[in-house]
Design a binder for this molecule. Structure first.
Ligand code: ZN
Length: 457
């Protein structure tokens, strides 16, 4: 069994739910477990003893899309491709990823999956929850190969080709989703618990406006029988709210899910930016987790403020939504966007944001062995190099982490006791080759006539 010792000038602790920072401690790893957090230098096979490091529980990025956002990268900034400043989810991201999956070979889909996972790991994440089209099951292969902890969430739809009309209303052909459920069950049978439990399969009905009532009830029943979390997109915009109200007797998306029995502690609800204050109170009462991804909405001119959800008493965690896979950068944005939108400097403070990607995120997926550095915990660890001149001087390392650090400061990423990133570099393969192959595959999608048309509008 390999042992590793990592010195931290700062080591994050969660004791009795209270977060603190130890100075000048070692974290000793034995195999895939943390053996000790100690002030004295342990003996180990591998010793990382450079000062200035901040040792954190592995950061958890609980909402990301490696594939569907890559097809939009650097095309859809600055309003490009957006009609009347509206969402591009149903007009660009979903149709183009669907086409892309059809035209690419398995090896090309693998290349895009590898590039995304590379970016997640280099962005400091040890765990990702990744909803993606079931047509790219290679996400699981790439996660198994590259060593990230992967909560794969193959989408389920009442129909696999939901699209918004010019009125913004999403229509779907039926209300069965039987084919998607069969695919999901096959992926669950193949991958759930794979790689010593590192791969997990999450139930992921796509969204309130693409999944009908009976289908959502069935998804929830299956998830609960299997004991897996449920994640879905909720209230991503006002069009969705209007659609759900018109379809289901005036219910908001949150009320729709509550009616079906989905608003519960096992639900991770992405975005919720068009939820009313009453909706947020309902979600808080039901123990739902909100997945907050502030930067992807900032791109479109919308405010997704961490503090609005956390302030309503909802467990709120942070994801990158595939837009920019720098989780520290996303936390910085969560801080600033919360402060701007509330007009208050004291909201979304650094300990709360750090909790959102460690202890709180672990609780959201029912993993008390993750999100903390303590003897017996699983050895998922993210180490940030705070010695960078850009971060000096440091009085409070947690504030430094949120206000000043970003992905360039990620030093070590350890998953299940294995070193995946060291000195900021991925250890499993050549980064440049992964990037080149992934980008080449995305370019094939960009060369499609429908992509050219979408991006030219
Ligand atoms: Zn999403």
């Amino acid at each position: 069994m390999t042992t590793r010792a990592v010195f931290g000038s700062y080591v994050l602790q969660h004791g009795d739910g209270v977060q603190s920072v130890l100075r000048d401690h070692w974290v000793l790893i034995e195999g895939s477990r943390i053996a000790a957090v100690t002030p004295s230098r342990p003996t180990a096979d591998e010793v990382h003893d450079r000062p200035g490091r901040f040792v954190l529980p592995g950061l958890m990025n609980l909402h990301n899309h490696c594939f569907s956002e890559q097809v939009a990268r650097t095309h859809t900034e600055d309003g490009n491709g957006r009609k009347n400043n509206k969402s591009i989810v149903y007009t660009i991201l979903m149709p183009l990823s669907r086409r892309g999956i059809e035209i690419l070979s398995r090896e090309e889909r693998m290349a895009i999956a590898r590039l995304g996972i590379l970016q997640l790991l280099k962005g400091g994440a040890t765990t990702v929850m990744e909803p993606f089209r079931a047509g790219i099951p290679e996400m699981f292969d790439a996660a198994a190969e590259m060593g990230i902890r992967f909560y794969g969430a193959p989408y389920l739809f009442s129909t696999s080709n939901a699209q918004a009309g010019t009125d913004g209303v999403v229509r779907y052909a039926g209300d069965d989703g039987a084919a998607d459920l069969a695919i999901w069950k096959a992926l669950h049978a193949k991958w759930h618990g794979h790689s010593d439990g590192r791969l997990q399969v999450t139930m992921s009905p796509h969204a309130t406006d693409t999944c009908g009532p009976d289908f959502l009830r069935e998804c929830a029943a299956i998830a609960r029988a299997l004991g897996v979390p449920i994640t879905t997109h909720v209230a991503q915009g006002q069009d969705e709210v209007a659609t759900i109200k018109a379809r289901y007797q005036g219910r908001t998306p949150a009320e729709y899910l509550d009616w079906l029995g989905l608003l519960a502690p096992d639900l991770l609800a992405a975005h919720c930016i068009a939820s009313s204050d009453d909706d947020l109170a309902l979600m808080a009462a039901r123990g739902v987790t909100v997945l907050n991804c502030p930067r992807v909405f900032a791109r479109g001119g919308s405010t997704a403020a961490f503090s609005r959800f956390a302030g309503a008493g909802i467990r709120t965690v942070i994801g990158t939504d595939g837009y920019n896979l720098d989780l520290l950068g996303e936390m910085n944005a969560a801080s600033l966007i919360s402060k701007i939108s509330s007009g208050r400097a004291d909201v979304a403070d650094s300990p709360a944001l750090i909790d959102a990607v460690t202890a709180s995120a672990a609780a959201a997926i029912g993993r008390p062995d993750l999100g903390r550095l303590a003897p017996g915990a699983t050895a998922d660890i993210t180490v940030v190099d705070m010695s960078d001149p850009m971060l000096q001087p440091i009085h409070d390392p947690r504030r430094g982490l949120i206000a000043l650090a970003n992905r360039a400061n990620i030093d070590l990423v350890i998953v299940d006791g294995d070193l995946r990133v060291a000195g900021g570099r991925y250890q499993g393969a050549d980064e440049a080759a992964i990037a080149a192959k992934g980008a080449a595959a995305v370019h094939k999608i960009w060369d499609l006539p429908e992509a050219r048309a979408a991006f030219a509008s």
